[in-house]
Design a binder for this molecule. Sequence first.
Ligand code: OAD
Length: 236
Amino acid sequence: MDIKAINIKKYERIVFFTGAGMSAESGVPTYRGEGGIWHEYKWQEYACQDAWEKNPEKVFDFHDLRREEALKCFPHKGHEIITDVQNSHPDVSIVTQNIDGMHQRAGTENVIELHGSIWRVRCENEDWIKEDLAEGPFANRTCDCGAWLRPDIIWFSDMLNQAVLQKADEAISNCDLFISIGTSGVVWPAAGYPHLAKSSGALCIEVNPKPSEQSNMYDFVYRGKAGDALPKLFIL
Ligand code: OAD
């Protein structure tokens, strides 16, 4: 359905919740749709601890490619609008499943990255996490201590970072406007977020060209692309 522009002054706490569809218009492939990454690559071979332990080079190659692809892409109008909303309102949280850093490149701050980032690595031996912003493949695959570095990404079957999860839960359970953009809603705990927002009494809006697993939870559904919907929803 077509919806009117939102008056952000009417809401005290706003949450944008984004998935791969948010980056799709920038040219970053989604995971499950047409041309989705998991159609081309078996996640069992590239995106889980088992794969990593069997063949870290292969997993690094896959993530190097993700970094190179992301660098060829640029934030679109929808990303810019989220930044503008954040700059125009005192309480806006962005919770994303995306690991590509596109929100930050559009100037959005304090992005809660549920699934980590391809722009960070961690050494599990020395217990640190650092940014690796090399403009291309990861600068290093091993730590000075000799251990493999690991892309700081939540892979299939990994536990989510509890501090990150808590931040996301807090933001969503206290918001009064929840806008979900470009997620299929099949991966937990993210799949539970529309329910959490709804039970907190938030107005819930979905932006997605196709129905998602959670579409029936939303008060309004915008069947269209992020880059079309956001300029219509937020006229600042
Ligand atoms: P999916 O690939 O599962 O879903 C992408 C969604 O975006 C689909 O529902 C599309 O219809 C929608 N979409 C496509 N183009 C769009 C556009 N221009 N505007 C708005 N929506 C659009 O991606 P996610 O739901 O983000 O995890 O997937 C969740 C997680 O599963 C990912 O973070 C990833 C994956 O496995 C990890 O890698 C850990």
